[in-house]
Design a protein around this ligand. Structure first.
Ligand SMILES: NC(=O)c1ccc[n+]([C@@H]2O[C@H](COP(=O)([O-])OP(=O)(O)OC[C@H]3O[C@@H](n4cnc5c(N)ncnc54)[C@H](OP(=O)(O)O)[C@@H]3O)[C@@H](O)[C@H]2O)c1
Length: 328
């Protein structure tokens, strides 16, 4: 495993880290503590030093499982969590310093930690990025010792660019993958100038880029891949990177053919992301321990050749860019 610095936090984070949204055994399935524990342990055994969770993932069970497993280990692991998605209805007016303070305190309770290593605003409405008092609250929480660092998880590049104007924003979590390439155009350079840690989420386009799905694949009733393909429940783009499933499958087949030297598309998709120096770490989600294991191993794949980079770029330009590029 190699490590990169997470921007201004100074944390040394594993290039391949872990996303903990589905560690209970999969989206829309009952949360199993044993599954979560074995996924987390598998990842840490292989050198993962950074885990991303959120207060809303299985109502706090993910946060609790991550903190419980990490406490049993001797190696230092940084836990990033998120707040804000319990605001209901999810509108800017619901984002108040009081409400956010309460969410942070709940996360401290769920994790039984004294200080949260990194708290991220969890894809708030765009207007929230224009409210300095929200960002100011986290300075108070820092002084009180409740958090070490503030980050944001964003939907759009414009939100990322606005967020990093606040000096206390240390990290940006953003979707970046073979089907979602826009952050590399402008945002990455700006992030590097300001020493912002870049955390890449949804690196496998919700599993689509693993290459294992077919037109016949079905998902659990409560799995967002069933009900959020068009963004009706949360943002368009959080599921399958915003790409229409059938078009995604076509692009996946082309990628497989265009990268004949690569055994696994999942590993290739992760290694492709690591070609970008602005990226601090990737947080692939895993619903089983063997997925976490294979994802970590992707860091050892050979770098992409210029010819491989070009074919991935060409497939994106031809099939994906015309339909989604400007959305975020
Ligand atoms: N708004 C936000 O801030 C936000 C939103 C989304 C995600 N996140 C964070 O980002 C993390 C990653 O995003 P994500 O989980 O949505 O998407 P992802 O990492 O692109 O996809 C994860 C899914 O891909 C499949 N998979 C993973 N590894 C695999 C492998 N080696 N081989 C084959 N299939 C594999 C699994 O699907 P199956 O279960 O079908 O096997 C898994 O559930 C999350 O866990 C979460 O921590 C944050």
């Amino acid at each position: 495993m190699k490590y990169r610095t997470l921007g201004k936090t100074g944390y040394q984070v594993s290039e391949i880290s872990l996303g903990a949204w589905q560690i209970g055994g999969g989206w829309g399935k009952p949360f199993r503590d044993e599954t979560a524990e074995s996924i987390i342990n598998q990842a840490i055994d292989l050198g993962v030093t950074f885990i991303d969770t959120a207060d809303v993932y299985d109502g706090g069970k993910s946060e609790a499982a991550v903190a419980r497993a990490v406490k049993k280990r001797k190696v230092p692991i940084k836990i990033a969590t998120k707040c804000g998605r319990f605001v209901n209805p999810h509108v800017s007016a619901g984002y108040t310093p009081q409400a956010l303070r309460k969410f942070v305190e709940n996360s401290l309770q769920n994790t039984k930690l004294e200080t949260l290593d990194l708290i991220q605003l969890h894809c708030p409405p765009t207007e929230v990025y224009y409210r300095p008092e929200i960002f100011g609250l986290f300075e108070d929480l820092k002084k009180e010792g409740k958090i070490a660092h503030l980050g944001v998880s964003v939907e759009k590049v414009e939100e990322a660019l606005k967020a990093i104007e606040y000096p206390n924003v240390t990290t940006v979590q953003i979707i970046f993958n073979m089907f979602r390439q826009r952050p590399a155009q402008l945002f990455f350079a700006e992030a590097q100038k300001k020493n912002i840690g870049v955390i890449v989420r949804v690196p496998l386009a919700s599993g689509l880029l693993s290459g294992k799905y077919t037109p016949e694949t079905t998902f659990a009733a409560q799995d967002h891949r069933n009900f959020n393909r068009d963004g009706s429940s949360f943002d368009k783009g959080e599921t399958f990177g915003g790409v229409n499933y059938e078009l995604g499958l076509q692009a996946v087949e082309e990628l497989k053919k265009a990268l004949p030297g690569r055994e696994s598309l999942a590993a290739a998709a992760l290694r492709w992301i690591l070609m970008f120096d602005a990226v601090s770490c990737i947080i692939p989600g895993a619903s089983r321990p063997d997925q976490a294991q294979r994802n970590v191993q992707a860091a050892d794949e050979p770098p992409f050749t210029p010819a491989e980079m070009k074919v991935v770029g060409d497939i994106y330009e031809r099939l994906i860019k015309p339909v989604v590029h400007q959305l975020w």
